[in-house]
Design a protein around this ligand. Structure first.
Ligand SMILES: [Mn+2]
Length: 360
């Protein structure tokens, strides 16, 4: 059963006409998909949506219907038509805290209108005037599908295509542990409405730029595997060599697929944007049953149990000897706790019998 929707949410939308829809900085498929899905939904209700993303639409999502209408900070019209304009209602999608909206939300100009927050992150700080936060949903796009139901809008055409894109990207094509029957049911309804799952998968999770694969090839020679933790390190120079911009490189997700690993880390040394001093960006992943969120939090970062990150001051030579032993200690403690629980349950504990592979 989908999460019930506060009647105030549907009323706020019904009462408004000129509506600003925004999502988070460094947008992903769920940000773009839920933003465009909300826009198609509002248009079917006869509303006038304006769409804005501070950082614009990533290349792989430019093909989505309506993507060309999203205003970004790189466009001259952004200041006039978004930042400096008043609206009846502002809808913020898939952002867990106000800073995630970037410059797309300008309190000085926008706070005369109610701010409606629609998000599925459990860490959402409820920064809106109206907050619909549903952590049981695997994607904000799933929530927008329920919103369409509540507003009697059919899940068809462009609306279905945009919403299925966010479901596919946030669940890594229905592989994450939060992929439940409701997620699949929503996806099925979107497919019945005309969304092409194979095409969306091919356009998103099944592709990457050559520059990224080249970058992986430069970083992979550094991999180590010790005590169930696999990791790799990189300096900024490698990004220049590969011709790939600094940012998410999704290598930690690949590394954690190693059979012998329960956790992965990718450590990238770069110059701090403000001070120029060396910092190391750490990206962590964990297999189901393991948790890298607590460790990232302890290092001043954040995230979810299966995926987290933090940024630490110092060089790789300084940070690697702090972070990797901490990961190994956390993994050992979590494996021991799991084995103890399994022994209590009277079952065989595979981790106790497993040989750890050596470093490489
Ligand atoms: Mn999301």
């Amino acid at each position: 059963m989908p999460t019930p929707i506060d009647p105030q949410v549907t009323a706020a939308i019904r009462d408004a006409h000129d509506i600003l829809c925004i999502s988070h900085v460094k947008p992903d498929g769920d940000a773009v998909g839920s933003l465009l899905g909300a826009a198609w939904l509002l248009r079917r209700l006869g509303k006038r949506p304006t769409l804005a993303l501070q950082d614009g639409v990533p290349d792989e999502h430019q093909v989505l219907p309506g993507a060309a209408e999203i205003l970004s900070a790189a466009q001259p019209a952004y200041m006039r038509d978004v930042v400096e304009r008043a609206f009846d209602l502002v809808i913020c999608l898939d952002a867990s805290s106000p800073d995630r909206m970037g410059t797309a939300y300008n309190p000085a100009r926008h706070r005369t209108a109610p701010l409606l927050v629609i998000d599925h992150h459990i860490t959402n700080t409820r920064f809106g005037d109206l907050n619909w936060v549903a952590p049981t949903c695997a994607a904000t796009c799933q929530m927008v599908a329920y919103l369409a139901d509540a507003l009697d809008v059919a899940l068809t055409g462009e609306l279905a295509e945009c919403l299925l894109t966010g479901l596919v990207t946030d669940t890594l094509c229905f592989r994450t542990s939060n992929t439940d029957a409701e997620v699949l049911e929503t996806a099925m309804r979107l497919m019945r409405g005309g969304a092409d799952l194979a095409a969306i998968t091919q356009q998103t999770v099944n592709r990457r730029p050559f520059g990224l694969i080249k970058l992986w090839s430069l970083i992979l020679p550094t991999i180590h595997l010790e005590e169930g933790v696999i990791w790799a390190t990189a300096e900024q120079m490698l990004f220049d060599l590969a011709g790939y911009p600094m940012g998410d490189i999704s290598l930690s997700s690949f590394l954690v697929t190693a059979d012998e690993a329960d956790m992965s880390a990718v450590l990238v040394e770069k110059a701090d944007e403000i001070s120029g001093a060396p910092v190391v960006e750490c990206s962590f992943r964990a297999k189901p049953g393991f948790d890298v969120a607590q460790l990232a939090f302890a290092f001043g970062g954040g995230g979810h149990p299966p995926a987290s990150g933090c940024t630490l001051p110092g060089t790789l030579a300084e940070v690697e000897p702090q972070v990797i032993p901490a990961l190994q200690t956390a993994r050992r403690a979590q494996a021991a706790a799991r084995d103890a629980a399994q022994r209590t349950a009277g079952r065989y504990a595979p981790d106790a019998a497993r040989q750890d592979a050596g470093g490489g």
